[in-house]
Design a protein around this ligand. Structure first.
Ligand code: F6P
Length: 463
């Protein structure tokens, strides 16, 4: 693992990812509405002059924008055939690779690698090839190309063949599966994925644990990592942005509304996630129910604020999971709720301002994923918390490596232990909670997004 390198002079930088920095919605009147996203890559690239972001057109709005030639400077959207994209994104990336790296399969029905899987795999290859060809076409001599995530695992190898002059990096935003689990994949597919990433000069991960798992797979399946260097860059929270944004008027308004909903004087246990199976929202609700059941002194005195933003709703398993989250929350409210107290406040809708309001109000943050590459919510809450917030954190989140010593740590499967951790967090002395929050916030901002990106770029150019 490399030490952080010094800054380097700028040259052309290309980034490739499935989801790009902008998306378009097609209005009924034919208008196109652009929505710009945030995140580590957007912030990192802002420091670069000569840049291009290659991404996929994801919906009707994006596709229409490509057809009309509408776009942002520095962004090239690839209009890949919609069926090919659906197979690659929903079929392979999100239903197979995501499940392998997050260890989400449940026997006896899954996984099944059959002819349908092979058909989808051909789409995944075609989708990766479209990216490799676009990058090969756009990149200047010796440019740096940073390829993102499990969607594009084959791109580094394909691009290396087309353009041996380029400096190619690959970054995994997810965990990496331990070798025994990774071996669920058909042997040729496992090898192809590893060779794909090893086409990069440098493969990087969010934590040492995921990097070690990747090295373990390469060593045991291929006999080594070849000439590819392995790096670790733990993305941190963007403190300046968050602190500014969390004090804008719309967040204040939502705080007032939320306070009214939770009721005066009540403690809050806050969680904010996508409706994502790996986030373990249902077991979090079970733990909260166990708390109310086993420690009735908390009834009427605490509210579980759960914000779950719809994600990957094209997949039945995600729709079912979202329905299960709603069902369990409703059941808790029906069993324990009283005239003036709703035990769970659940919102299944994307609203960043409301999330920030909840961050500021939280007494306890519940972050209990089954597995998670990093989990930025665990880092963001201590940074914007108004009065200090105790963090209940899964030991399977990447953030655990950096925040574990000041969190109340849980095994995400252990509902009883999570209930006990919630009680411990709720009863933590105020001065201890404040001191821990301060240390958590300091650890959370250690590698802000722009630095995270520039460090990767410098290491790629230097190695
Ligand atoms: O964790 C991997 C990741 O690609 C994140 O970078 C991103 O926030 C998340 O998955 C969202 O996935 P999708 O693009 O499928 O909504």
């Amino acid at each position: 693992y490399e030490a952080q390198p010094p800054a380097q002079p700028s040259a052309q930088v290309l980034v490739a990812s499935n989801r790009g920095p902008v998306s378009y919605t097609l209005g009924t009147d034919g208008s196109l509405d652009a929505k710009r996203g945030g995140g580590g890559l957007v912030s990192g690239l802002s420091a670069i002059d000569d840049k291009l972001w290659v991404c996929a057109a994801l919906g009707d709005g994006d596709r229409e924008a490509v057809r009309r030639g509408v776009g942002e400077p520095g962004v090239r959207m690839l209009d890949i055939d919609a069926d090919v994209h659906a197979d690659a994104y929903n079929g392979i990336a999100n239903s197979v690779l995501w499940f392998v790296h997050h260890m989400l399969y449940q026997t006896p029905l899954e996984p099944v690698f059959d002819a349908e899987f092979r058909r989808q795999w051909a789409s995944y290859e075609a989708y990766n090839r479209a990216f490799a060809e676009a990058l090969a076409e756009e990149a200047g001599q010796g440019a740096a190309v940073l390829v993102q995530d499990y969607h594009l695992a084959l791109v580094p190898g394909m691009l290396r063949e087309l353009r041996p002059d380029l400096r190619i990096g690959h970054f995994s935003h997810t965990p990496w599966a331990p070798v025994d689990y990774f071996r669920l994949l058909p042997d040729d597919i496992a090898e192809q994925l590893l060779h794909g990433i090893l086409g990069a000069d440098r493969a990087a991960f969010l934590t040492r644990r995921w990097a070690d798992a990747f090295i373990g797979c390469c060593t045991q399946i291929l006999g080594g990592t070849g000439r590819t260097r392995i790096g670790v860059h733990g993305l941190g929270a963007d403190a300046d942005f968050l602190r500014r944004r969390a004090h804008e008027a719309d967040v204040d308004e939502r705080m007032a509304a939320l306070r009214e909903q939770t009721g005066p004087g009540r403690r809050t246990i806050v969680r904010v996630d996508r409706t994502e199976l790996s986030k373990n929202i249902v077991r979090g609700l079970f733990a909260y129910r166990a708390l109310l059941d086993e420690r009735p002194e908390w009834r009427e005195r605490v509210v579980h604020v759960a914000f779950a933003y719809p994600s990957r709703q094209d997949l039945a398993v995600y729709r079912d999971y979202t329905a299960e989250v709603r069902r369990v929350a409703d059941e808790i409210n029906a069993v324990y709720g009283t005239e003036g107290w709703m035990p769970v406040v659940l919102h299944v809708k994307d609203d960043f301002a409301r999330s920030l309001a909840a961050y500021r109000l939280a007494d306890v943050a519940l972050v209990n994923p089954i597995r998670d590459g990093m989990n930025l919510v665990a880092k963001e809450i201590p940074v914007v918390s108004d009065h200090g917030c105790a963090l209940v954190l899964s030991r399977e989140a990447g953030a655990y490596e950096e925040l574990g010593s000041d969190a109340v740590v849980v095994n995400p499967y252990d509902v009883s232990a999570t209930a006990a951790a919630l009680h411990e967090a709720l009863t933590m002395a105020e001065d201890e909670r404040a001191a821990r929050t301060e240390r958590l916030a300091a650890a959370a901002v250690a590698l802000p997004p722009q630095q995270w990106f520039l460090d990767q770029l410098d290491a790629l150019r230097r190695d």
